[in-house]
Design a protein around this ligand. Structure first.
Ligand code: FE
Length: 305
């Protein structure tokens, strides 16, 4: 059984690398693990692979998403399935991505670049794996635990849901449909493990980024993150609040280049193999996205990078 393990890294563009360094390192608390002119690699304290974020100077938006898979055989399996689906694929040799092994590059039906890989240099979490403390005392700012998921807009969320189901064995935890009678998909939240989503899609322009999210421990960590955003003048898009979809607690905010980030807490439920997909009708979309306000802010459906 082939398996995608998780969203391993997000590679984005930023307009100013030093402003981005300050945001991701001092405000969010990630560690810079490697750098070269125009590029930074960062990891969160609770992640064990070399990095989870690549920042590249020049523009805004998504370069690619990296998902880690279990074995080299998986690369071949998923590559073939993606090709059978009609997606174009290519191979990326080991080391082309810093500290990352061989990868299969897939151009998704939404024109986003997705790279599957099996190996990234192991460095360990900051608390280690022998008699660990609960958290590192030196953690800065928000102290994000790990990069959890990404949400990308696309012209045809139904097609993306089918691709991730058929080619990559993801399961749909929740989706938004036009209506029960007209079940065309407007948004889809999909899982490769047991968390409510590892990737999500919403109707919008291809190739763009809506947000990527960091896992925090709980609601009080979300509240504290909001405090730190005020201290550091981080533009908040919405929150602290709760999502109806996934039941996560959340703040959306922007990095200095305008890329949307999220802090997200709460494993709302577990997506087990027999999980019955939750459907929302589009008339309830606003409640699904922002459970308390029950209305979408303008930015949610119009700001992509
Ligand atoms: Fe999210």
């Amino acid at each position: 059984m082939s398996a995608v393990i998780r969203l391993g890294y997000v590679h984005i563009r930023v307009t100013d690398l030093e402003e981005a360094r300050n945001h991701y390192s001092n405000t969010l608390g990630m560690e810079v693990v490697a750098e070269e002119p125009g590029k930074l690699w960062l990891k969160c304290w609770d992640e064990w692979d070399h990095h989870s974020l690549v920042l590249e100077e020049g523009g805004v938006g998504l370069v690619k998403l990296g998902y880690k898979v279990e074995s080299p055989d998986d690369l071949e399996t998923f590559e073939k399935r993606a090709q059978n689906f009609g997606a174009s694929t290519g191979r990326v040799s080991a080391g082309e991505n810093l500290k990352v092994g061989e990868a299969v590059r897939i151009t998704l039906p939404s024109e986003h670049a997705l790279e599957l890989y099996t190996d990234m240099e192991f460095v360990g979490t900051e608390t280690g794996s022998l008699n660990p403390e609960a958290w590192p005392r030196h953690v800065r700012g928000v102290g994000t635990h790990w990069i959890d998921h990404a949400l990308v807009p696309c012209d045809d969320p139904g097609l993306m849901e089918r691709f991730f189901t058929e080619a990559l064995d993801f399961r749909t935890a929740e989706r938004v449909v036009e209506s029960i009678e007209q079940p065309n998909v407007i948004g889809s939240w999909m899982s490769c493990g047991e968390s409510p989503h590892d990737i999500a899609f919403i109707k919008g322009p291809n190739e763009k980024l809506h947000h990527f999210a960091y896992h925090l421990e709980d609601w009080s960590a979300i509240l504290k993150a909001g405090d730190i955003f005020s201290m550091d003048d981080v533009p908040i898009d919405i929150g602290p609040t709760r999502h109806g979809i996934t039941r996560g607690t959340t703040i959306y905010f922007f990095d200095p280049s305008g890329n949307r980030n999220e802090v997200f807490a709460g494993l709302g439920y577990r997506v087990q193999k027999d999980f019955p997909t939750i459907n929302w009708t589009v008339d309830q979309l606003a409640k699904g996205i922002f459970y308390h306000a029950r209305e979408l802010n303008d930015a949610f459906t119009s700001v992509f990078t």
